[in-house]
Design a protein around this ligand. Sequence first.
Ligand code: ATP
Ligand code: MG
Length: 588
Amino acid sequence: MSTNSEAPEKGKDFIRQIIDRDLEDGKYGNRVHTRFPPEPNGYLHIGHAKAICLNFGVARDYQGDCNLRFDDTNPVKEDTEYVDSIKQDVSWLGFDWTNQCYASDYFEKFYAAAELFIKHGKAYVDDLNAEEIREYRGTLKEPGKNSPYRDRSVEENLSLFRAMRAGEFKDGEHVLRARIDMSAPNVMLRDPALYRIKHAHHHRTGDAWCIYPMYDFAHCLSDHFEGITHSICTLEFENNRPLYDWVLDTLIAIQAEGDANADQIALTTGGGKAPAQRPYQFEAARLNITGTVLSKRKLIQLVQEGHVKGWDDPRMPTISGFRRRGFTPESIRDFCERIGIAKSNSMVEYALLEHCVRQDLNNRSPRYLGVIDPVKLVIENYPEDQEDVFEMPLHPEDESMGKRKVPFTRELWIEREDFMEDAPRKFFRLSPGREVRLRFAYYVTCTGFDKDENGRITEIRATYDPATKGGWSQDGRKVKGTLHWVSAKYGRRAEVRLYDGLFTTENPNAVEEGKTFLDYLNPDSETVLAECYLEPALAEVEPGAHVQFERKGYFCADIRDHKPDGTPVFNRTATLRDTWAKIQKQSK
Ligand code: ATP
Ligand code: MG
């Protein structure tokens, strides 16, 4: 760590620079305690992964702690299904939490704090309805005006607030507001709501409550109760920061006056009185990536309206979607590290995330042969009753992965796009009269082909050179192209799912007038290929296995549908770079 607080260690993000300074100042002793506070109202997305890597990463780097806290103060939209998925996703990303907490665990304490605020004239019950409150609030240019109910007596406020809790009012009839300043330049400080009436069943507390605290009241208090030191959120909350500070400073000031009831609001961690230093909020940029939406509201809509096949659809930018698509935790952590922590929002290219997963999969994926758009190749001079078995390395650079056996027969499947009737000079694949290598097997020369009435190739014929066994010629004859292949006799039929962007625009958040993000859905985002052929060893991998189909890309055996002894099902995680496509593009 740097010893000069003026010159923080180079290359550290601004959050870690602040923590270094706080540690040097002894602000929290040696403690660093962060939290990741999702609302359990949806599945986590890649933006959350960034917040997870930051909060848990800080805790790891400073040998501190990080809580997983469910911010469950909005009963209507929350559900235990989401709680379970969030825990699974955080664990899968490779992080352990110190404490698993729920804001709903603090409902009694929030309530006690609210009564304290009332008793000290810092909060009042308002009868204005939502619309009136908005009118009274004023604008950025105009100050607001006081509610006619702002100066109720403490006794009246207390009895009304207790009646709110007792269920004597309907939703919206009253609200508890902070008494701050209706002419504050920051609109957030114009007597914000602290509690609202909501007759709704809560996934943990059931029907025990019909009043629920607002985010600005519950969040800072939760941080405080848990002994959090650095509370990191996204930039939209910058204007809420003075309110975060006001709530905690007001509570601490009341406690310092020695109010007997203040003891009720003991800390969860550490116990006893409030610590010398309370938590502070810091804002970091929100992650946006090209070609997708990262808002739970929109993601829920995609799922509920059936535009995708669930939260873990491989096209979804959710953590569970990426997992099912075949992304690894390592690649997502690498991505989050590369994008860093900034103070201004920006749009990150999806290509960067793909780059990270390619790098990781390149190292870890065993190679196999799989033909996803098959056409038959018949080797005319290969005897019907002959068979070869070739041993091929699972990874070209990593011998420790071992080898697998691949059967070779007279009839094979090859990729339809690897044949061209009238091929240009630079087409280094099969075409009448041209010779290519079949990967690790033989050189073959195309001798003919058949077409159906639509001009579609139905069969290709070739001869092989037995002297090239293993894929190398003894006379030094070179071929430019190497094709992958699968024995038609032993190949396993499989389903392969290819994915493209879910949207047809770089930024589905910025839509033309009169349109919604749904108008930009890509109708071709998923292609299901039902007749693909795999070498036997590839069909037998376990669900979730990461593999490379040579020349075709990185794939993942589907976690739900892949059956090694039934129908194998693979999802394409990412393509490999295709030089042919590049040449085609350049020549256009
Ligand atoms: P959404 O708008 O998608 O509902 P949210 O911020 O309301 O997102 P929460 O469950 O409240 O979702 O978020 C939990 C944590 O994750 C918060 O600390 C939030 O700041 C962080 N977070 C959410 N989305 C992003 C994002 N796109 N980039 C970085 N951090 C994010
Ligand atoms: Mg939220």
